[in-house]
Design a protein around this ligand. Structure first.
Ligand code: 5AD
Ligand code: SF4
Length: 426
């Protein structure tokens, strides 16, 4: 979501005549696109904004902009302005449509702070796409779920979907421009259409997107287990264009913790969903997000998480230490010690790493259709791409493979990364 918002920020800047440069020292405009989902992201951004003070002293015409979800939090914009008075523009995620005017104001030495919450759709902004062969396409903004640890509903507002025809038009255009992978984006893509009240939902959207002609694959991020319907599973199973891969955040393997998180499913519901997916879509790669150290998490709760990880066999897992967020329900709960959290994340990563390697081993010898995303910077004449089920593959090649589908035989692996040999070009 943030990467795509940066593409929109770049689009607005390009429209104003700016072009990218390779160092802060050379810049006329510096834009910080912030994230506030965990405290580590916030600390980092404070450090960076602090450094801009010196740059501004060296170049008084430099325009400094802070946008993204951190600035949208209540009271934060005022604090930022107090702590970093040299910042010219502060905009929340709901106000990116004001960026163009705000920069023009800043050129005339007027500063702009606007973090008013609006439920607007920001798709009409110009975009400089940076993720070829993939293109990001927003389908739904905001979130109604209020998981008790999460700041997102407070900074991104309530769910609002883009009309289906808008999404289809954007995908058609991207495919005609040669994009070979389309990733549909939303905080909870499974809620798509609920607010449109015109009979569309995520499964109808998937089926329509899959009907668009052209050689491209479809991904979607991110899913909520409580809302993943049989119709969506059927759509994934029935459409060759939709990748056999799903990101399905579980957060915890303990039913008590899931309840305290307000996730509205328990460990059995989740494991049943995993079985259903594996039955309907053979070879599906399931990835997840897991959190350790949520308030009140006991040793037994944590062991339940490890047990679920063993049973679900995720192809990969983003593992996080719970981070306290002001204004959320969990912030007011009894917290657990940092050292316990540190110990747990280490154990979780160890367990998942073993599974990741086992799945890599199972893929040895298989034939995979890989979309090549770029060059591997560590090895010479090596390209990297992704299998349909979401695994990274390195491929040696003297010819340029970027932006192409290739058939690859998996020969070897290093932990999560596979090594393959081209069998034939697509
Ligand atoms: N602390 C740690 N991780 C969090 N996430 C969301 N909020 C928090 C938090 N307060 C994680 C969840 C989510 C992912 C995008 O970020 O696992 O799925
Ligand atoms: Fe946050 Fe939960 Fe919404 Fe995801 S579904 S954005 S974790 S509140």
């Amino acid at each position: 979501m943030n990467i795509h918002e940066s593409e929109k920020i770049a689009g607005v800047l390009e429209k104003l005549g700016y072009s990218p440069c390779d160092s802060e020292q050379k810049a006329d405009v510096l834009v910080y696109n912030t994230c506030c989902i965990r405290e580590t992201a916030e600390f980092k951004i404070h450090g960076h904004i602090g450094e801009a003070k010196i740059l501004k002293q060296q170049n008084p015409n430099l325009i400094v902009v802070v946008c993204g979800c951190m600035s949208q939090q209540s009271g934060v914009a005022q604090n930022l302005k107090r702590r970093f008075p040299f910042v010219d523009v502060i905009l929340g995620t709901s106000n990116l449509d004001l960026l163009e005017q705000a920069i023009v104001n800043a050129q005339n030495e007027k500063s702009t702070v606007n973090v008013e919450e609006k439920n607007n759709v920001l798709v009409n902004l110009p975009k400089v796409r940076t993720s070829r062969p993939n293109a990001w396409v927003n389908i739904i903004y905001g979130c109604n779920n209020f998981c008790t640890y999460c700041i997102v509903p407070y900074v991104r507002g309530r769910e609002h979907s883009r009309p289906q025809q808008d999404v289809l038009n954007e995908v058609k255009e991207l495919v005609s421009l040669g994009y070979k992978e389309i990733t549909l984006l939303g905080q909870n893509v499974n809620s798509y259409g609920n607010d449109l009240k015109d009979g569309t939902n995520f499964s109808t959207l998937l089926n329509q997107v899959a009907k668009i002609e052209g050689d491209f694959r479809i991904r979607y991020l991110t899913n909520h287990p409580k809302d993943l319907t049989d119709d969506v599973i059927e759509a994934i199973a029935n459409n060759a264009k939709i990748c056999n891969s799903i990101h399905l955040p579980v957060q915890s393997g303990s039913s008590a913790i899931l309840k305290a998180m307000n996730r509205k499913y328990d460990r059995d519901d989740y494991l049943k969903l995993v079985s259903k997916l594996r039955k309907a879509i053979p070879d599906i790669g399931i990835s997840t997000d897991i959190m350790v150290g949520f308030p009140g998490e006991t040793d037994q709760d944590f062991l339940d998480t490890l047990d679920l990880v063993q049973k679900a066999r995720f192809s990969s897992a983003f593992c996080f230490i719970y981070s306290r967020r002001k204004g959320t329900v969990a912030d007011k709960m009894e917290q657990i010690p940092r050292s316990v959290k540190g110990e747990r994340i280490k154990r979780l990563l160890e367990v998942q790493n073993v599974i990741t390697k086992e799945i890599s081993k199972e893929m040895e010898g298989t034939l995979q259709r890989v979309l090549v995303e770029g060059k591997n910077k560590k090895y010479v004449n090596t390209y990297c791409g992704r299998t349909e089920n979401g695994r990274l593959v390195n491929i040696k090649s003297d010819v340029d493979l970027f932006d192409q589908f290739v058939w690859v035989k998996i020969k070897n692996y290093q932990s999560a990364t596979l090594w393959g040999e081209i069998v034939k070009e697509d």
